[in-house]
Design a protein around this ligand. Structure first.
Ligand code: APR
Length: 236
């Protein structure tokens, strides 16, 4: 567990051209969460759900990490034991910026993976369509495959890691999340120092609980946030 927890959301990938969910023109303006991201949709709306994630997987193939991803990856590699990187994002921009699989936690799953609905095995398929892989069945047990994404109403096993990190960190850095799913206002009250960076205030976040607040693009805020983190680490 680390003294610094960096937790990001869709906003950190916005400048790389990946849609957020709740900003204007966001994903949830074009698709109903009930149809493609809610427990049970694989059975009630299977083909459309598969097509939705196939399209999002294809969409990220050419996307590149932005300056904010790169600064965070550098910080993680400079302070491997002092900084934890957790993200709600299912894209691979931190990986493209050089982060290793064991240096990041994707709390809501990962677009490049499928998971077997029977044996729970996980398979990295890159940017391919689901049905182009393994004859559309689990290569281990023959079961049905699904996107390895956490839908609303489903268990999010990696939240156990988030809880452990929150119990240990003394500085939490929140970048690019509206707080509609994770209660980042509560998280800010668990640590002695907290930093919030969003494009604008969110109805789901009470920013008075944050030590520092930056309402600007992540690529513009990230250098001063990195300074804040390094200054904090020196005080430890
Ligand atoms: N720099 C910094 N912040 C930004 C930028 C940017 N360039 N662009 C947008 N933002 C901020 C917005 O101000 C907003 O607060 O990113 C946030 C995006 O909020 P959401 O679209 O709600 O995305 P997120 O908070 O990650 O959603 C959480 O909801 O649908 C589920 O599982 C999905 O992980 C997702 C979760």
């Amino acid at each position: 567990m680390s003294k610094v927890l960096i937790l990001s959301g869709a906003g950190i990938s916005a400048e790389s051209g990946i849609s957020t969910f709740r900003d204007s023109n966001g994903l949830w303006e074009k698709h109903r969460i009930e149809d493609v991201c809610t427990a049970g949709c694989l059975d009630t709306n299977g083909e459309a759900t598969k097509a939705f994630y196939d399209a999002r997987r294809a969409d990220i193939e050419e996307k590149l990490p932005n300056y904010a991803h790169k600064v965070i990856v550098k910080l993680k590699q400079k302070y491997p034991n002092e900084i934890s990187v957790l993200t709600q994002n299912v894209d691979d921009l931190f990986e493209k910026a050089g982060i290793k699989e064991n240096e990041i936690v994707h709390l809501h799953g990962f677009l490049r993976e499928l998971r077997c609905r029977e044996c729970e095995e996980v398979f990295n398929i890159g940017y391919k369509k689901q049905d182009e892989c393994f004859n559309a069945q689990c290569p281990e047990c023959g079961g049905e495959l699904r996107p390895n994404i956490v839908f609303f109403g489903e268990a999010a096993p990696k939240y156990q890691i988030l809880t452990q990190e929150l119990n240990n960190c003394e500085l939490i850095v929140i970048i690019g999340t509206s707080g509609n799913v994770l209660d980042v206002t509560y998280f800010a009250q668990l640590t002695s120092v907290s930093i919030l960076n969003n494009l604008e205030p969110s109805e789901a976040i009470d920013d008075k609980y944050f030590t520092k607040v930056y309402y600007e693009k992540a690529t513009q805020a990230i250098d001063v946030i990195a300074e804040d983190i390094e200054e904090f680490l020196i005080t430890l």
